[in-house]
Design a protein around this ligand. Structure first.
Ligand code: 4NP
Length: 163
């Protein structure tokens, strides 16, 4: 099983969207998600501002426009155990990656990536910008970036793990 964790700051906008989008794409590709399945997909925030809160309404509505329901997800904070538990820990932006690099034990550093590094045909786009203080257009843009990175990441694990 491949364990995949999406990480942003608050775990209420970008990373729960990435969790939902990737789960949706993986399911369409016939990849099963769950504790004893092909993949285990989760998300967390480097900050604990919104513990146990559902995703921001604007993120929920944006995802729903594409048939992705993230309404049941609950925010949690990234923990030290996550670095050993997960195989891929995918940061939405460089600030969060930098926080993760400082906390992650040396033997797990290779699991940390910028999520956008898996996006194909997106030259120069390295981060999913934080939409929290923005407008609904910023949520649309974040969704589009997440969708692209998710497709590329799905292709990556399909090739690597023969899924
Ligand atoms: P996220 O967005 O990291 O994509 O979940 C944010 C959510 C909350 C805050 C900042 C960013 N906040 O400052 O409360």
């Amino acid at each position: 099983m491949v364990k995949i964790l999406f990480v942003c700051l608050g775990n209420i906008c970008r990373s729960p969207t990435a969790e939902g989008v990737f789960r949706h794409q993986a399911s369409k590709a016939g990849i099963k998600d769950g504790f004893t399945q092909d993949v285990f997909i989760d998300s967390a925030g480097t900050a604990g501002f919104h513990l146990a809160a559902p995703p921001d309404k604007r993120a929920q509505l944006t995802a729903l426009k594409f048939g992705v329901d993230i309404g049941d997800l609950k925010a949690r904070k990234l923990s030290l155990e996550d670095y050993s538990d997960f195989n891929y820990i995918l940061a939405m932006d460089k600030d969060n990656l930098s926080v993760m690099r400082k906390k992650c034990p040396e033997e797990h550093q290779h699991k940390l990536y910028l999520f956008m590094s898996f996006a194909e045909n997106s030259p120069g786009i390295t981060e999913v910008p934080d939409p929290y203080y923005g407008e609904i257009e910023d949520f649309d843009k974040a969704y589009d970036f997440i969708d692209r990175a998710s497709q590329g990441f799905l292709y990556h694990i399909q090739q690597k793990y023969n899924l």
